[in-house]
Every structure is written in structure tokens, then in C-alpha cells.
Design a protein around this ligand. Structure first.
Ligand code: AMP
Length: 390
């Protein structure tokens, strides 16, 4: 890959794909993490006298103009954040857009409207990409969160530029995640949780040969329990995945670590009646909402030995305070270990939300901004957005 730091940006229109797919509260940006994550790239381009042309998607407008998914509020937010006018262009492919990019001065910033307002974006359409490509002399991709999608502003467009490179966020993500699967410092332990096993199956298969242990928590644990013939009460389960989970348990013998106790509740509510049960017997009418204290201790003892840790998926329903203790304890454990030089990488929207909730995000080595993209990367799949930059 070419490197942004080696490019001559002066006076050039630097067409930069970012991931400004931020949550909006009406017309207000509700969480600016994704904007902050690309600030280093944006600052670098403007400080080196480039003309920064930003493009992004927001939400799933399905190829139509949907006012509530406009990037206009993001342009306003960004202007305020950096104290400098960010010009908003109401269509990403238009004569106006072309004219505006030609009138830019060095250091100016433009944000184009949602690329997904055109159906051609998700179709990876080359004609659409050609129109976008008219807006830049250099192409930079800093949208790691979109790298697993072969969309026109991520994939097709790269074939139209000789000068193209990843932004700093993209570069960081690829470096950290590559190291994780190619050359992790051992012992390497993965913690996987979250609601569903179906979304984590491939990653378990791909990580098994590379890790020393995989600790399993969250709602997905009950499909493992069911496969083992345990009583799981009314816990969440994916019956159709039981055969594959049986195979995983066989393949992962000695590496996969399951909970020994569970915090069960009579309903999915914070003030539900709670019971600590053994893993193999959750009473009828109760559902497992968190892993138990013994399990948390077991997990932390294993983590204590690790030099590299990857965590995707909360180990309990952390959104409900009474069922957040294991997720909180693991986050604290990781924060403590990173302080002592251990590499802890967090992926997935909910896990990131959890460490944010506990105020521990800054203590982690790396927080992956791309949930789906990081999962696919670690599952061994090639990401179109990354491959296209090579
Ligand atoms: P995922 O998107 O698959 O990573 O799932 C994340 C969600 O899993 C979070 O919102 C958690 O509340 C939820 N979760 C964690 N543990 C459980 C559980 N035992 N039962 C149901 N949902 C859970």
C-alpha cells in the first residue's frame, strides 16, 4: 500500500472516504466517536495544504434521498468542532460538486451528501464511481467500518486513481488486526460474547488455531450449553446452530472455556428476580443474563497470563446494571493489564459501548471502529476496501 505520509498533497483535491455513519438525534450528532476517529487524517491533509473532499454514507437509505439520513448535520457539527467552515454539497455527484471542488483553496474542506442516496453506490457501479472520481486528484480511504463492503466509493473508485492510500485510522486498524492473526504475542486469549453465536462462528473457527484460549460468554453461551445437554431455562438460544456448535466444541477441546455459573433472571429487566445457578441447570422460567462470579474469576485468571487479548461481545446484558458485573470486571481487568504492557484489542459496537460506559475506553490498546469489518477480517476474509488499496 502507498502511504499517506509519502504523498505530495499540496494543492491537490484529496477525495477521502470516511465513515461518518454516526447516530443522529433528530438533526443533532448524538455520538461523535467516528468523527473524532478520522481527525488525524483530516488534520494531516489540511495541514499539508491538501483540499479535503470528504464522502461517506449514513444509515440505509436504500438508494433514495431520505432527509433524516442527510450528512448536513455532520457538516455543521464538524464546522463547529474544528472552528472552520465545512462546505456541504447536497449531492455527491453533481455539477455543483465538481465546480465546488475546483474552487477550493488549499486547506479547505467539503463534505458531500450521503453516497447511499444513489442505488449505484451499493452496486459498486463503475459509472457512478467515475462521477465521484472527478472530485479528487488523490484517493484516501479512512473508512475501516465500510471496508467489508464492495461499494462504489470504497472499491470501484480505487481503480480510477493511481495515487491512493489508506488514512491513518484504516492503517492502524489493519496493522493491529493483522498482527493479531499473523503474529500475536503469546499467550493470546480471545473473549467472545454477545447475543448470537451465528455472527461469531467464523471468527471462532479462524481464531482457534491461533489462540491459547477462547473464553465464551454472553447470550451465545446457551447454544453451547444446549449442545452439551444442559438445562438452559428460557435463555436465548439458536437451535439450528447446535450441530455446528458441537463441531466447534470438538475442534476447540482444551481451548474453548465455557462458564461454570450463570446469573439468571425471571425476566429481561434490571429489577428482575436474580439467581446464581450452575451452568448446567438454569431452572424453568429463568434466563441467563450474565456469567456468574466464579466464571468471571476463572476468566480473569486466564486473562492474567495473556500477553495479547482480543475481545468482541459483552459477556452479559451490560445495558442492565444488575447484569453488567462480568462485562465490567473484564473491562477493568483488561485496563489493568494494558497498563502493564499487554495488548488489548476491542472490536464490535456493543463491546465498545460497554467499555465507554465504564469509562475505560482510553485504557485499551486499540478500539476497532469497524464491528463487522473487524469480525470479517479476523474471520480470515479479505476486505474489499483493504484489498482495493493494495
Ligand atoms: P452482539 O451484537 O451479538 O455482539 O450482541 C450484543 C448484545 O448481546 C448486547 O446488547 C448484550 O446485551 C447482549 N447479551 C449479552 N449477554 C446476553 C444474554 N445472556 N442474553 C441475551 N442477550 C445478551
Amino acid at each position: 500500500m502507498q502511504s499517506l505520509k509519502k504523498l505530495d498533497l499540496k494543492g491537490k483535491r484529496v477525495l477521502t472516504r470516511v465513515d461518518f455513519n454516526v447516530p443522529l438525534d433528530g438533526t443533532k450528532v448524538a455520538d461523535d466517536s467516528r468523527i473524532k476517529a478520522v481527525m488525524p487524517t483530516m488534520n494531516y491533509i489540511t495541514e499539508h495544504n491538501g483540499k479535503l473532499v470528504l464522502m461517506s454514507h449514513l444509515g440505509r437509505p436504500k438508494g433514495k434521498v431520505v432527509e433524516s439520513m442527510s450528512l448536513k448535520p455532520v457538516a455543521e457539527y464538524l464546522s463547529e468542532m474544528i472552528g472552520k467552515k465545512v462546505k456541504f454539497i447536497p449531492s455527491c455527484i453533481s455539477e455543483d460538486a465538481e465546480k465546488a471542488t475546483k474552487e477550493m483553496k488549499n486547506g479547505d474542506i467539503i463534505l458531500l451528501e450521503n453516497t447511499r442516496f444513489f442505488p449505484e453506490e451499493e452496486k459498486n457501479d463503475m459509472e457512478f464511481a467515475k462521477k465521484l472520481a472527478k472530485l479528487g486528484d488523490i484517493y484516501i480511504d479512512d473508512a475501516f467500518g465500510s471496508a467489508h463492503r464492495a461499494h462504489a466509493s470504497v472499491e470501484a473508485i480505487t481503480h480510477l486513481f493511481d495515487v491512493k492510500a489508506p488514512g491513518f485510522l484504516m492503517e492502524n486498524e489493519v496493522n493491529y488486526l493483522s498482527k493479531l492473526i499473523e503474529n500475536p504475542e503469546k499467550p493470546f486469549v480471545a473473549i467472545l460474547g454477545g447475543a448470537k453465536v451465528s455472527t461469531k462462528m467464523d471468527i471462532i473457527v479462524n481464531l482457534l488455531p491461533k489462540v491459547d484460549n477462547i473464553l465464551i460468554g454472553g447470550g451465545m453461551v446457551f447454544t453451547f450449553f444446549k449442545a452439551l445437554g444442559y438445562k438452559i431455562g428460557t435463555s436465548i438460544v439458536e437451535e439450528d446452530k447446535i450441530p455446528v456448535v458441537k463441531e466447534l466444541l470438538e475442534k476447540g477441546k482444551g481451548k474453548i472455556v465455557l462458564p461454570v455459573d450463570i446469573i439468571a433472571a425471571d425476566k429481561f429487566e434490571n429489577n428482575a428476580q436474580r439467581r446464581i445457578t450452575t451452568a448446567n441447570f438454569i431452572p424453568e422460567g429463568f434466563m441467563g443474563l450474565d456469567i456468574g462470579p466464579k466464571t468471571t474469576e476463572n476468566f480473569n485468571t486466564i486473562l492474567m497470563q495473556a500477553k495479547t487479548i482480543f475481545w468482541n461481545g459483552p459477556t452479559g446484558v451490560f445495558e442492565l446494571d444488575n447484569f453488567s458485573s462480568s462485562t465490567r470486571a473484564i473491562a477493568k481487568q483488561l485496563a489493568m493489564q494494558t497498563h502493564h504492557g499487554v495488548t488489548a484489542i476491542i472490536g464490535g459496537g456493543d463491546t465498545v459501548a460497554a467499555v465507554n460506559k465504564f469509562g475505560l475506553a482510553d485504557s485499551m490498546t486499540h478500539i476497532s471502529t469497524g464491528g463487522g469489518a473487524s469480525l470479517e477480517f479476523l474471520s480470515g476474509l479479505k476486505l474489499p476496501g483493504v484489498e482495493a488499496l493494495r
